[in-house]
Ligand binder design. Structure first.
Ligand code: SF4
Ligand code: SF4
Length: 287
């Protein structure tokens, strides 16, 4: 068994919001975008062992020894004090886990789930780990009934998708704005590479879902509905999930942004439907 490792921020053994059916969701630490609307902003960075959080943990779950911060899970009360104060938007609670260690988690839940989803952060920043994890699942008789999905921001280049394609059953991708400048403002990067990823994944039958997140007064789908609709139609009949922004968990200016409600989402759904896009998934609830 290989010793390929990943920095893992969290494992949820049973999730019903990270792809179809009940799934184990594996969240990898680190992201290559800086989305202002991120609900898990502490998954963006990587801990540099500055030690700042260790002295402020109210439950003695963190210690700082020999230049490194250590987390004692048994003492942790999940109060999030360390997350909120970290200057790196990281966490001292992430663990370095090997493929073999993650497989042990998966084996415990395998009889009860339909698959696994690797999310983040941005999952594909740790691509070799994902490729090895998925290929091992596919080669293991007790696990090969599990579908292997990735939840991605789409920043990975085509050569990366080509590596993932033989072992991955599908990718869910967010397109956070249509216009390059709007996307840059919201995420810190343009969206050319993301559109290219979406096109490539669709043409290789790997685009499991396209996601559009409406942030009132910030996102631009309706302003660019014609090119957006042309783009989506060109992908084939892929599910388009319309998500509604809410400020829970976000940092900075986004804490003051208005949540999206049905009045924001339904006009977009109608505009897409009137242009022949009918495979639309609406939010299950609005927060
Ligand atoms: S988690 Fe953040 S605050 Fe804590 S040691 Fe690491 S970089 Fe410093
Ligand atoms: S969440 Fe962080 S600050 Fe809170 S108890 Fe756990 S380690 Fe300490």
């Amino acid at each position: 068994m290989s010793s390929r490792c990943a920095l893992v921020s969290k494992i949820i053994p049973f999730s019903c919001v990270d792809g179809p059916g009940s799934r184990l969701a594996l969240f990898l630490q680190g992201c290559n975008l800086r989305c202002k609307n991120c609900h898990n902003p502490w998954t963006m960075g990587r801990c540099n062992d500055c030690g700042e959080c260790a002295v402020h943990c109210p439950h003695e779950a963190l210690s700082f020894q020999a230049g490194r911060v250590f987390w004692q899970e048994a003492n942790c009360q999940q109060c999030d004090t360390c997350l909120k104060m970290c200057p790196q938007q990281a966490t001292p609670m992430a663990s370095t886990l090997s493929v073999a260690e993650v497989l042990k988690h998966i084996a415990r839940t395998a009889p009860f789930i339909e698959g696994i989803t690797v999310s983040g952060g941005e999952a594909t920043t740790q691509l070799p780990f994902i490729c090895e994890l998925f290929s091992t699942i596919k080669a293991t008789p007790a696990l090969n009934h599990l579908t292997c999905l990735v939840d991605s921001n789409g920043e990975l280049g085509v050569s990366g998708w080509e590596k993932l394609a033989p072992v991955c059953d599908g990718v869910m991708v967010d397109l956070k704005a249509w216009d390059e400048t709007t996307h840059l403002k919201l995420t810190g990067r343009g969206n050319g590479r993301i559109k290219e990823s979406i096109r490539w994944l669709a043409s290789h039958k790997m685009l499991a879902e396209l996601r559009l997140l409406t942030i009132p007064e910030r996102t631009d789908y309706l302003q660019h509905i014609e090119p957006l609709s042309d783009f989506i139609r060109s992908l084939g009949d892929i599910p388009v999930r319309l998500n509604a922004f809410h400020a829970h968990g976000v940092y900075g200016e986004a804490q003051n942004w208005r949540s999206a409600g049905a009045d924001d989402i339904e006009p977009l759904a109608q505009a897409l439907q009137s242009r022949g896009i009918n495979n639309i998934i609406l939010p299950a609830l609005y927060l």
